[in-house]
Design a protein around this ligand. Structure first.
Ligand SMILES: *[C@@H]1O[C@H](CO)[C@@H](O)[C@H](O)[C@H]1NC(C)=O
Ligand SMILES: *[C@@H]1O[C@H](CO)[C@@H](O)[C@H](O)[C@H]1NC(C)=O
Ligand SMILES: *[C@@H]1O[C@H](CO)[C@@H](O)[C@H](O)[C@H]1NC(C)=O
Length: 294
């Protein structure tokens, strides 16, 4: 990738659909439902369709072993390939727990697969930042006990523009989004599932922040909220434009929202506030160096 942050956007006008899927206790029902919604989104003119994080498995480290599949030969990937092809859309397949092989054998990745309208696998993103917290007496949650972190940043060139793909907690790291933008991403897409504390606090804020930082469209796609689930997702799948304006917000319940991505908005805003051309790279070298630990 030779593109730099100062290149004008290669984005084309297209319609994106975010499918805020409802929870089902039956995996094949989830896959069938996803397929129905993908085909319906194509009927609404969508060129790019996005599914939520963990759209076919309960979210929780204790569940991954039972639900993990091989990528791309597993049942869910096969269903996504067929749905992308039959709908004729670029499909950002949310995420599924992937069974890791080789050096990571015994662990899992939280993996997003991206499919072409011909049903071919374009790339995968494995969640790079794992969520580990340990507040004594309050909450302990360690994804790294069962998940392995993804090894790369993911930018997927398409004729509509280059899609930068990352998952949920990855959005909290502005460096990753910046790296995607510098690698040529014209739009950032995050399947995610924030909870009922972090959702109201930060979901919209982070989407708007990454959009404004990088002057690009940002899309977040969550499962629908189910108050009875073990993990209650916030919902509010949304598309934010480069000005930081929320273009569409799905609310809490199941539904598909669509938005028209407009390259003119991107170019106009980058011209008005030319931060991409005015960066002082000579001052920021420290950002890529790991700090010395105490
Ligand atoms: C799961 O869903 C599939 C497809 O919708 C259906 O055929 C099957 O009967 C369901 N299984 C159970 C246990 O409900
Ligand atoms: C279906 O998907 C939802 C997430 O959208 C998940 O919470 C639920 O556990 C899934 N059911 C199965 C059996 O995979
Ligand atoms: C949501 O996640 C945060 C961070 O792990 C945690 O502190 C909080 O208790 C969780 N909230 C709910 C409602 O589960």
């Amino acid at each position: 990738m030779t593109a730099t942050a100062t290149t004008p956007t290669a984005l084309r006008a297209f319609r994106i659909a975010l499918i805020q899927l409802a929870v089902s206790s039956n995996k094949s029902a989830n896959l069938t439902r996803a397929r129905t919604c993908i085909l319906a989104a194509a009927q609404q003119g969508a060129n790019v369709v996005v599914l939520p994080e963990c759209f076919n498995s309960p979210y929780g480290t204790q569940h991954f072993a039972a639900y993990a599949e091989d990528v791309p030969s597993g049942e869910s990937c096969q269903a996504l390939a067929a749905a992308a092809k039959d709908a004729g859309v670029y499909l950002v397949g949310g995420s599924i727990p992937e069974r890791a092989r080789g050096e990571h054998e015994g662990k899992f990745f939280n993996t997003c697969t991206v499919w072409s309208p011909e049903g071919t696998l374009l790339d995968i993103h494995r969640k790079a930042h794992l969520f580990d917290i340990d507040v004594p007496g309050k909450i302990t949650f360690k994804e790294s006990l069962v998940l392995s972190p993804g090894p790369k940043i993911t930018t997927v060139p398409t004729p509509l523009g280059t899609l930068g793909i990352a998952i949920c907690y990855d959005i909290r790291f502005p460096e990753l989004s910046l790296a995607m933008a510098r690698a040529g991403a014209d739009m950032l897409i995050f399947p995610g599932a924030f909870n009922m504390t972090t959702g109201p606090l930060h979901w919209e804020l982070l989407a708007r922040a990454r959009a404004v930082d990088n002057q690009c469209y940002v899309a977040l796609c969550s499962p629908a909220r189910d108050e009875g689930a073990g993990y209650v997702a916030y919902g509010h799948s949304m598309v934010v434009d480069p000005r930081g304006t929320v273009v569409v917000d799905a609310g809490a319940s199941e539904g598909t929202v669509v938005a028209d991505v407009d390259p003119e908005v991107v170019s106009a805003f980058r011209e008005q506030i030319p931060v991409r051309k005015q960066k002082r790279w000579d001052l920021y070298n420290d950002v890529v160096k790991a700090p010395v630990r105490e």
